[in-house]
Design a binder for this molecule. Structure first.
Ligand code: FNR
Length: 380
């Protein structure tokens, strides 16, 4: 009602409440260059479209007369109470969207009480982001560096900076075929954007012949050779267990057998995700992979979900399909691009308000009672 009450004085929201409109507005405001990197998908974009289609195929079946006047969105994830089943996904190079970059997004998450997942490829060093967040909940996303000294150093720094969970992204052992970036011949990292955690890292710097400022090109090339490792296999996870004593979540899981392997390896959670359609073109829509994974490991692991969430009813559907919480990527990146911290807060508040209404209007007082019986699925 806050929006309607303000409306009585003639004020309308600064950004649209239909978050699917943000991409177009951001492109108008910032131009196609930066937005190309953020909006783009792998190949012809079919996976990003499949993400939306997979969610759209499920339809909610509302129930009535169930006393929904008091509601509570809180959930428990990885042993911690969260005020709502929502977190901000790791999105690299947010300085493309706004000069305040990750700092602004992290402050917005902290102000709204949702966890912020900081990308390894952030434009701002992790210690600065941590400082901006006070004691608010933050998780660190690891692109697993090839050099174990750098990996160890990242984990030590993240721990010291108060990041509680480690999110290890496994779907990006290399960057995919992304035509919007290829056609512009533009990769932010090659311009030293998104390399802040590396360039400030003592173990990374120890591998350079000259300091970063004396030979930035060599530093960038060192980063390119370092940022991920396609030779890793399941037994390598023991290294992370050894060097990280908090929860570990594997991101980019789409097959129930991989989810089972995560549980067998002693991991704490998975993010069912296809990286927002940015990695494998032609891949399964993430929501189509969710129920099988939730059935396989839902009782052993925290099953989280991202890729394609744009509305409160999308969150409801993900919960019904077995997710404990969802992450959003592009919507908050666009909010940041359009209105800095306030834009990110707008996105979070719209999603949570819409989720709250969807729960109530469907006969639920909170996420806990939502399940497969709340959905019908149209043929694919
Ligand atoms: C990402 N994503 C991502 N994931 C990750 O683990 N580390 C990263 O650095 C990035 N960087 C990144 C940049 C940009 C511009 C985008 C759009 C995405 C993937 C992200 O965490 C998440 O999986 C998707 O964004 C979810 O899909 P939606 O919400 O964007 O549809």
């Amino acid at each position: 009602y806050e929006i309607y009450l303000h409306g009585m004085t003639g004020a309308v929201p600064r950004l649209p409440t239909d978050l699917t409109r943000l991409e177009e507005l951001t492109e108008q405001r910032l131009g196609p260059g930066p937005v190309g990197y953020v909006a783009g998908g792998a190949g012809d974009g079919s996976t990003a479209r499949a993400n939306r289609a997979a969610l759209a195929r499920h339809r909610i079946v509302p129930r009535v007369l169930r006393d929904v006047h008091e509601r509570d969105l809180s959930v428990e994830v990885l042993g911690r109470a969260l005020p709502a089943p929502l977190a901000l996904a790791p999105v690299g190079v947010l300085s493309l969207m706004h000069p305040d970059a990750e700092g602004a997004a992290a402050r917005a998450a902290a102000a709204q009480g949702v966890p912020f997942v900081l990308s390894s490829a952030s434009s701002t060093p992790m210690e600065q982001v941590a400082e901006a967040m006070g004691d608010a909940e933050r998780w660190f996303q690891l692109y697993w560096p090839k050099d174990p000294e750098v990996a160890r150093s990242f984990l030590g720094r993240a721990k010291a900076a108060g990041f509680t969970a480690l999110v290890v992204t496994l779907d990006t052992p290399m960057l995919a075929w992304r035509p919007r970036d290829l056609d512009q011949a533009y990769l932010p990292f090659l311009h030293g954007v998104g390399t802040a955690n590396y360039f400030t890292d003592p173990a990374f710097r120890a591998g350079l012949a000259k300091p970063v400022h004396e030979d930035p090109n060599a530093a960038v090339m060192h980063f390119v050779g370092m940022f991920s490792d396609p030779a890793k296999t399941w037994p390598d996870l023991a290294f992370l267990r050894e060097h990280w004593d908090g929860p570990i979540v594997l991101k980019g899981i789409l097959h129930p057998d991989d989810a089972r392997a995560a549980a067998d390896a002693g991991m704490d959670g998975v993010v069912v995700s296809n990286h927002g359609g940015r990695q494998v073109a032609g891949s399964v829509g993430a929501a189509d992979a969710l129920p099988g994974i939730a059935r396989a490991v839902g009782d052993r692991l925290a099953v989280l979900f991202d890729s394609g969430v744009r509305t409160g009813d999308d969150i409801f559907k993900a919960l019904a399909l077995g997710a404990r919480a969802v992450l959003i990527g592009r919507p908050y990146a666009y909010g940041l691009g359009l209105d800095g911290q306030a834009g990110v807060e707008h996105v979070i508040r719209c999603l949570l308000a819409e989720l709250d209404l969807t729960l109530a209007l469907s006969g639920h007082r909170g996420p806990g009672s939502v399940g497969p019986a709340d959905l019908v699925t149209e043929p694919g």
